[in-house]
Design a protein around this ligand. Structure first.
Ligand code: ZN
Length: 172
């Protein structure tokens, strides 16, 4: 799903990491700097692989590959260097990322979120989707922690439909 830098930026916008304004600005600038965007795209892919490998190892109770953890940590450290505490709108304070307009700036909150999850008590609730055709991981925040699909409306629904047709075929 990450074929081009536009895919990465779209992911950033869809997940709320980038505002519409930030997205537009990055895309506008991306035409002027194909090398920069390509570098950010490759970084995005490699961070995705690293996060996948670390969480896969955790879920399967295997040793975490040191290279993958080091890769994640490199981005975590970059992210930390770009974070600051700012007054929040509703009072109090919140963490915020500097907006340097870097092509890879949307990777910082992703690395940070992955690290936060690794270091949290919610780690045992990270699951792999039960769909055979889906490779997504998800955080099972359901009450009983029995969730099986990354998304009920896509994978969960597909599985239900398949079961329905399997039953029909079986004549029940
Ligand atoms: Zn799925």
């Amino acid at each position: 799903m990450l074929e081009t830098y536009l895919d990465l930026a779209r992911f950033g916008e869809d997940t709320g990491l980038l505002s519409e304004r930030q997205f537009d600005r990055l895309i506008e600038r991306s035409f002027l700097d194909p090398d920069g965007t390509q570098k950010a795209l490759l970084s995005g892919r490699s961070l995705r692989e690293a996060i996948h490998d670390v969480f896969w190892a955790v879920m399967n109770q295997r040793p975490v590959p040191p290279g993958a953890l080091a890769r994640l940590n490199a981005d975590v450290q970059t992210a930390a260097g770009r974070m600051r505490v700012v007054p929040a709108k509703g009072g109090g304070f919140e963490w915020s990322f500097d907006d340097f307009g870097d092509f890879d700036s949307l990777l910082w909150p992703i690395a940070r979120a992955a690290a936060d999850l690794l270091a949290s008590e919610q780690l045992p609730y990270v699951r792999a989707c039960s769909s055979k055709t889906c490779e997504w991981f998800f955080l099972d925040t359901s009450k009983n922690h029995h969730r099986r699909w990354c998304d009920m409306t896509s994978c969960g629904n597909r599985a239900k439909v398949q079961r329905f047709y399997a039953r029909k075929k079986g004549g029940c």
